[in-house]
Design a binder for this molecule. Sequence first.
Ligand code: NAD
Ligand code: TYD
Length: 359
Amino acid sequence: MKKTLLITGGAGFIGSHVVRLFVEKYPDYKIVNLDALTYAGNLENLKDIENAPNYVFVKADITNAEDIYAIFKQFNFDGVIHLAAESHVDRSITDPNAFIQTNVMGTANLLNAARLAWKGNFEGKRFYHVSTDEVYGSLGAEGFFLETTPYDPQSPYSASKAASDHFVRAYGNTYGLPFVITNCSNNYGPNHFPEKLIPLFINNICNNKPLPVYGDGKYTRDWLYVVDHARAIDMVYHGGRNGETYNIGGFNEWQNIELVKLLCKEMDEKLGRTPGESEKLISYIKDRPGHDRRYAIDANKINKELGWYPSVTFEEGLSKTIDWYLANEEWLNHVTSGDYQSYYAKQYADKGASSFYGE
Ligand code: NAD
Ligand code: TYD
């Protein structure tokens, strides 16, 4: 094998697309997927490549420093692509400590393991940290996040990701660890856990359940198809400059309510419902505390430097995503059984949405 790469969080939403891309595109790389399999990690996401000769799965928790160092010694990695994280803002509001542990301490454990295992000989090595645009805070009606925008995280999730970004840069500056960081906008696509807006609403529309829109619904997000994020990660891993940050986004802003209406329209067509039927499920509920108003990425740097552009329009990506969920009812049933029900009840019960339960 030419290279051995560690991908953390590879059983999650974005990580599974990154693992698949690398396993299929680079048969001469050994791809080690390290994941703790939390509620968000699911090996069903990787069934199609689980027997590939260049793929290895290791169940481990990045908060366990000893285990992580032992895995680095065992595999002698050439590079790391770090995606493992607690990733949902609403959960970070209920339980911030889990985010501090995994996103901050877990990232520090990986940095320490890389530094020790590579023994200061960083030739040909790379530590790639996958981050979010949420570290930049919230925009008003105008403007975009640039790579130079000062960090101003507003939620426990974004604060923990910002802290982890700072640690990665600090290890680069202090120890010379070769790193690259990307900050990406909101992803959507197949295998997205149905706690985030798009998959949650697809699932609820299928089940004729209310669609819980926070606040006035005029919050804005910049949406990118997950496969395009994975393509960008491949390009940055192989072509990005050491010590640089690249913002990733598709210049694709949507107010939540407009997106939800488009989703309802598409779902009506695909489910053979009367036009307007799914929209009736929209239900405005109590806002998320500290809700960031608008995110929007300026992706000019990655466009110009690496020639990366999204491959699908939002309409195409959304249509593919809905088709995937409609074709993968079993996947959806598995991930929404058990703990999901109690999460859902707790998350939405005290927000003027009590009629959601006991139906
Ligand atoms: P996800 O929640 O779907 O998956 C996270 C994965 O990490 C899961 O497989 C989980 O089992 C694993 N994990 C969690 N804690 C772990 C631990 N302590 N040890 C080992 N593994 C652990 O997340 P995602 O949406 O795929 O996001 C992946 C990365 O991309 C995250 O770092 C996130 O901050 C970043 N990101 C996400 C988005 C987005 O829209 N989802 C946008 C930009 C950046
Ligand atoms: P989400 O998918 O949680 O991503 P993030 O908060 O990281 O951007 O939410 C996207 C937007 O949708 C955000 O403005 C919050 C809103 N939202 C709702 O209105 N209702 C919901 O049930 C959820 C989960 C999100």
